[in-house]
Design a protein around this ligand. Sequence first.
Ligand code: NAD
Length: 422
Amino acid sequence: MSTSQVSGFYKKSMEARLDIVRKAGKLTKEEAQVMANTGSLEPAVADRMIENVVGSMPLPLGIAVNFQINGRDYLIPMAIEEPSVVAAASNAAKMARVGGGFQAQTTDPVMIGQIQVVDVPDPDAAKVRVLEAREKILEVCNERDPVLVKFGGGARDVEARVIQTPREPMLVVHILVDCRDAMGANAVNTMAEAVAPLIEELSGGRVYLRIISNLAVKRLARATATFAQDAIGGEEVVEGILRAYAFAAADPYRCATHNKGIMNGIDAVVIATGNDWRAIEAGAHSYAALGGRYKPLTVWEKDSKGDLVGSIEVPMAVGLVGGATATHPTAKANVKLLGVKTASELAQVVAAVGLAQNFAALRALATEGIQRGHMSLHARNIAVMAGAEVDEVDDVVKRLLAEKVIRVDRAQEILQEMRGEK
Ligand code: NAD
């Protein structure tokens, strides 16, 4: 690569940008075309969503079946590149149905906007003045978003804390905003910026950061499900899952992977509905660590009948208006397929999928091990990578699995043998 300095790159057309990139990266015309293909996303829409756009990066979209949540059936779109996730969610949902499916709830969709105040002469006295001015603060915030207020949302409350930092004590003001069907980052950030001068006046200090917190502890989604012992393989499986959970609860190394499995399901639905999965990831992991130790996002117990009861509780800042949910055509179709009417209902669905995913992973780990289920899908990927045509894939997979050698080089040898035989 000659240089990565490209002046005015953002001002150029998508074609012109791609041309520059193609030459710099020595890409073939075909490779550049693959990048340029935006699929269902109009190039002009993609170009408006982010900067320096040259194309798009498609992900497979799978539909998880069998889900029943609060007595309603859902077909759940999941956008993800990892094999087994959609199958595992569907399978777990099938087993959960025996026990009545998933029950899910949410708190009100309240997000926290943070306002950082420094150089405060008397932080504790300033805190009291800020809390006393609650009504005025809420009024200033709500003036900024009459649409949100019209839909039943808006700034609801004010909190203030004095925190000790490596530099100095700081006053931190939280505005609590009911975001209704929006994820709320733009709405909350706008309010936090609008109210900053008033906070400076009240505190006598200087405001620095004014931004939403992704640790959305006031916007929680919860789902529970009972998995009947007989539907999941008996007492031994229940005990195996409880032991796997206990391992995660006691050990952060295991817990990271436990929660990763949950996020496999959560992220896939969040992405499919055009929501901000970085926000959800940040919220989930910071919530998991909130008590000072990184904890599982799920809890697994046994009830008096010996059935397995799982629950999940996780911040869930997803929206139906704003962001890519409103602009991405596939996201819009996915939301329609789901049939969710509110952001809270979407949050309940996402939480249920997270719980289902965790169940599926723990059950697989506690019984046959995760690799068996993974291997046939993995073998398919390897066969395709080795160059197998559609009518050759099944035979290559069969032989790779029989030999228990799932490697591209072996798949290529098998292909050569097969083709030689023809
Ligand atoms: P937005 O500003 O596009 O839409 C929200 C607005 O829509 C509301 O303020 C309201 O005026 C209006 N609205 C109309 N009908 C509504 C209804 N039924 N319920 C609620 N509001 C309604 O979107 P947003 O949700 O404020 O922001 C989301 C975007 O912000 C995402 O794309 C996210 O990636 C991005 N973002 C995230 C962060 C972060 O997470 N830290 C920071 C900055 C930006």
